[in-house]
Write a protein that binds this ligand. Structure first.
Ligand code: FPP
Ligand code: MG
Ligand code: MG
Length: 382
C-alpha cells in the first residue's frame, strides 16, 4: 500500500454539501402517491455511506484548482426546472379529482446554494449518482433475494418485490429528468450509458459465463470477472467522475484522468466488497448478509484465485456450488489457497492506480481528502 501522507478527513471537507444531499434528493423524488413516496425514499432514510456523491463533490472541488490554461468554459448555467404543466398530472387532476394523489407530483425545485469550488450542476450530478445507485440497490436486493440492507429490512422484504422494483424504476425516471435538466449532451450520454452498464454487469453476473458450459479457461473467467465488476460497479463511479470533469470544462487529458481515477477506485471498491463477503464476522458488521456470494452461485476473485491452485474447483464453479457440501468445500479451498489475501492484493493494485491518477491534479485540501477516501475504500470493514 502506498503511504497516504495527509490524512484529511474527506467527510468534513464536503460536509456542508453532503448535509443538503438527502433533502434535495427527497425533492427530486417526491411523488404524489404516498405509498410510492415511502418506498422510493426508504433507502435514502437509512444510514447509507454516500460514497458516490462524496467522490463527485470532492473531485469537483479539487478540479476547481485546475489552472485556466487547462480548461475551457465551465458549465455554470443554472439547473432550474422547466415550468411545463404537461410534466405534471395536475391538469388531469383538476378535471377528475383523485383524493389519493397529491397534486405536487412533479419534481420540486431543489435548493441550490453557492458552494466554493462546486458548480450547481456538479452538485446536482452528485444527487443523480446517488439516485441511480439507490435504484440499482432496490433492484439488486430483489434479484439477490436479500433480506437486509443498511442494518434494516431490505426494500423487497419491507414492501415486497413488486413495490421495490417499481420504486427503483421511478427513481430512474426521476434521475433521468434531473439528467435532462443538466442540459449537457455529453453528460446525458455518459449517465445514460452507466444505467445500461449496470444492467449489463448484472446480466453478466447472472449468466456467469457464456451460455455453453464447456471448458472455459481460467484466465477467461478472471477477465470476465473484471469486466463484470467494471460494468456493475466501476462504470457509475468512472462515468460520474468524467461527467464532473466535463461540467468543469477541463481539457480532454484531465477528463480522461478523472475517468481513470473513478474506474480504478470503483474496481478497488467492488473487489474489497467481494472480500468482505468472505471475511465479515457477521451481518451486524456489514448491515447486510455476509457469505451471500457462494449461496448465489457467484465465483468472485477469492474463489477464482483458489481455482488456480486447485483445479477441482472448476467443477463446483461451473455447477454454481449447487451440490450439497459445495459451499463448504469452496470455502476450504479459498482458505488453503489464501484466496482472500490474493484478492486484497488485487484491490491494492487498483487503489494504487487510482491514487496515481490523482497526481495529475493540482494539490489541494479536496484532493488530499480524495486520497484519504481512496485509502478508506481499501481498508474499510463494511
Ligand atoms: C450490488 O452488488 C449491486 C450493484 C452494484 C448493481 C446492481 C444493478 C442492477 C440490479 C441492474 C439494475 C440497474 C438499475 C439502475 C435499476 P452486490 O449484490 O454484489 O452487493 P450487495 O452485497 O451490496 O448486495
Ligand atoms: Mg446484492
Ligand atoms: Mg447483486
Amino acid at each position: 500500500v502506498r503511504p497516504v501522507k495527509p490524512l484529511n478527513d474527506p467527510f468534513s471537507i464536503v460536509s456542508s454539501e453532503m448535509s443538503g444531499l438527502a433533502g434535495n434528493i427527497a425533492k427530486l423524488v417526491g411523488s404524489g402517491h404516498p405509498s410510492l413516496n415511502k418506498v422510493a425514499n426508504y433507502y435514502f432514510k437509512s444510514q447509507g455511506k454516500h460514497i458516490r456523491p462524496m467522490i463527485v463533490l470532492l473531485l469537483s472541488k479539487a478540479m476547481s484548482e485546475v489552472p485556466d490554461s487547462r480548461r475551457g468554459e465551465p458549465d455554470t448555467s443554472d439547473v432550474s426546472y422547466i415550468a411545463d404543466e404537461s410534466l405534471s398530472p395536475l391538469k388531469i387532476l383538476n378535471e377528475i379529482p383523485m383524493p389519493i394523489l397529491n397534486p405536487l407530483s412533479k419534481p420540486q425545485e431543489p435548493f441550490v446554494s453557492e458552494i466554493e469550488g462546486v458548480l450547481p450542476k456538479q452538485r446536482r450530478l452528485a444527487e443523480i449518482v446517488e439516485m441511480i445507485h439507490t435504484a440499482s440497490l432496490l433492484h439488486d436486493d430483489v434479484i439477490d433475494n436479500s433480506s437486509e440492507r443498511r442494518s434494516r429490512p431490505s426494500g423487497n422484504s419491507a414492501f415486497g418485490n413488486k413495490m421495490a422494483i417499481l420504486a427503483g424504476d421511478f427513481l430512474l425516471g426521476r434521475a433521468s429528468v434531473a439528467i435532462a435538466r443538466l442540459r449537457n449532451a455529453e453528460v446525458t450520454e455518459l449517465m445514460s450509458t452507466t444505467i445500461a452498464n449496470l444492467v449489463e454487469g448484472e446480466f453478466m453476473q447472472l449468466k456467469n459465463t457464456t451460455d455453453n458450459t464447456s471448458e472455459v479457461v481460467k484466465n477467461e473467467y478472471f477477465q470476465y470477472y473484471i469486466h463484470k465488476t467494471y460494468l456493475k460497479t466501476a462504470s457509475l463511479m468512472s462515468k460520474s467522475c468524467r461527467s464532473a470533469a466535463v461540467l468543469a470544462g477541463l481539457d480532454r487529458d484531465l477528463v480522461d484522468h478523472a475517468y481513470e481515477f473513478g474506474k480504478n477506485l470503483g474496481l478497488c471498491f467492488q473487489i474489497v466488497d467481494d472480500c468482505l463477503d468472505y471475511t465479515a464476522a457477521d451481518k451486524e458488521q456489514l448491515g447486510k448478509p455476509s457469505g451471500a456470494d457462494l449461496k448465489l452461485g457467484l465465483a468472485t476473485a477469492p474463489v477464482l484465485y483458489a481455482w488456480e491452485q486447485f483445479p477441482e474447483l472448476g467443477t463446483l464453479i461451473r455447477r454454481k456450488f449447487k451440490a450439497p457440501g459445495d459451499i463448504e468445500l469452496a470455502r476450504d479451498y479459498v482458505k488453503k489457497a489464501d484466496g482472500v489475501q490474493k484478492t486484497k492484493n488485487l484491490a491494492v493494485h487498483y487503489h494504487n492506480a487510482a491514487l496515481a491518477e490523482l497526481d495529475f491534479f493540482p494539490p489541494s485540501e479536496a484532493l488530499s481528502g480524495l486520497k484519504s477516501l481512496t485509502h478508506i475504500m481499501l481498508s474499510r470493514e463494511k
